[in-house]
Design a protein around this ligand. Structure first.
Ligand SMILES: Nc1ncnc2c1ncn2[C@@H]1O[C@H](COP(=O)(O)OP(=O)(O)O)[C@@H](O)[C@H]1O
Ligand SMILES: [Mg+2]
Length: 287
């Protein structure tokens, strides 16, 4: 039996590296991407056609387990924008359900691009992305809207609508996915209380402090009770104390089962919270 989460404080235990390797190859094998087999299987202590056939059988058997355990899977993902050097090159990693992962790297490393690709608002130039068991290159419009329900995104520049109130900004996230008005009301009130902004519900975003605007953006991402929370430098413009309280909030959300991928270049925060780190530099994973 494989335990992804331990009961102690909701901290997630990273999968054993060897197990992670084994299960990460299964979707490729099932997709019959033999080049992926050739690239990925070198680490296997096996060789030859017989082993490959047995592994195929094993992988088919294993696939439901893969879906159960992994929330985000990227394989050989590349992204280039016209007229600039590659924003992402050969990005391969997996994140298990219930993990909290920091995505680190200097400005221009590719953090925002990577988060947008996982969220599905940017398409990779090459590579495979599987989010909660769904291969993004194959999903249709219905699949995209299902993905939007599951994933909350905290944008670096908040992207709040200035003419709408705090309440309306948060409610919109539910309205666009077709939640009924009664449910919208109760969920929005609950999440505004959770982030400590109930008293600001009728304020316009621009009349709030930077820290409060950030919490509105977080409330908007969390109100859907997403399975995954993606946050793009959510503490970038905040003083250290506020930054700490935001990551504590994410830690609590994570303890309740949401998988968190948070981009940051704040070394103090990363060290304080001591979670798994994926480090990017010039579009490549360096650690
Ligand atoms: N829409 C875009 N058009 C062209 N180049 C882009 C675009 N978005 C990002 N880039 C480039 O991709 C690289 C990675 O950017 P980004 O993902 O924003 O990095 P980070 O978030 O780590 O600062 C940078 O060189 C940036 O200039
Ligand atoms: Mg960025």
């Amino acid at each position: 039996m494989i335990n992804v989460e331990t009961s102690s404080g909701g901290h997630s235990t990273p999968l054993q590296p060897s197990l992670r390797k084994w299960i990460s190859i299964a979707p490729f094998v099932l997709d019959r991407k033999c080049s992926a087999w050739d690239n990925e299987a070198k680490w296997l202590p096996l060789s030859g056609e017989i082993c490959k056939k047995s592994f195929l059988k094993f992988a088919r058997y294993l696939y439901p387990t893969v879906i159960c355990l992994l929330m985000i899977q990227l394989y050989h993902v590349y992204k280039s924008y016209e007229g600039s050097s590659a924003a992402l090159s050969d990005i391969t990693f997996t994140i298990a359900k219930g993990e909290f992962v920091f995505l680190t790297g200097p400005s221009g490393a590719g953090k925002t691009t990577l988060l947008k690709i996982v969220f599905g608002i940017e398409r990779p130039t090459e590579g495979q992305i599987i989010v909660d068991g769904r291969n993004q290159s194959r999903i249709n419009n219905r699949g995209v809207s299902l993905l939007r329900r599951k994933v909350g995104f905290v944008f670096q520049d908040f992207k709040l609508l200035p003419k709408k109130t705090v309440y309306e900004n948060v409610a919109l996230a539910l309205e666009v996915i077709g939640v009924s008005p009664g449910e919208v009301r109760s969920k929005v009130q609950r999440i505004l209380s959770y982030v400590g902004l109930r008293h600001r519900a009728n304020f316009k975003p621009l009349s709030l402090s930077g820290g409060e605007q950030q919490r509105v953006a977080i409330a908007r991402a969390l109100v859907k009770q997403p399975a995954i929370l993606l946050a793009d430098e959510p503490t970038g413009n905040l003083d250290p104390e506020l930054a700490n309280s935001i990551v504590e909030l994410f830690r609590d959300v994570n303890a309740m089962g949401t998988t968190v991928l948070m981009a940051t270049h704040d070394k103090t925060l990363i060290e304080r919270f001591g979670r798994r780190r994926i480090a990017l530099d010039r579009g490549r994973i360096i650690g």
